[in-house]
Design a protein around this ligand. Structure first.
Ligand SMILES: [Zn+2]
Ligand SMILES: [Zn+2]
Length: 110
């Protein structure tokens, strides 16, 4: 699904209100209302909107900087073979498992 498509779909389903700060958007201002993916996977677009949240630009930004570390470390793990293997943690094997299932789920990735 293209960005504009899921945005339009989300605007159809949800009230045009920021889910965080509760500001309402209409007309030109509607551009400032953006679709956030709750699981931070922008390719996960169920048409019932269960992965979407409408957030204004500011709250959206906020949401991502808060989740930045956790989410992005996960998302960029496919590059991890280039990283120095200095950090051995008890979770390393667990992380591999998580990554493995992640790769299967993301099979349609382009
Ligand atoms: Zn907001
Ligand atoms: Zn987002």
């Amino acid at each position: 699904m293209k960005k504009e498509e899921y945005r339009n779909q989300a605007l159809k389903i949800f009230p045009r209100v920021c889910a965080k700060c509760g500001r309402e958007f209409s007309g030109k201002k509607l551009r400032e209302l953006t679709v956030h993916h709750k699981d931070h996977n922008y390719q996960n677009n169920p048409s019932d909107g269960s992965n979407w949240e409408l957030l204004c630009l500011y709250c959206h930004d906020n949401e991502h900087s808060r989740a930045l570390e956790a989410a992005w470390q996960g998302a960029q793990d496919s590059n991890d073979e280039k990283k120095p293997a200095a950090k051995h943690t008890p979770f390393a094997d667990l992380m591999k498992l998580v990554r493995g299932s992640d790769h299967q789920a993301g099979g349609s990735r382009k």
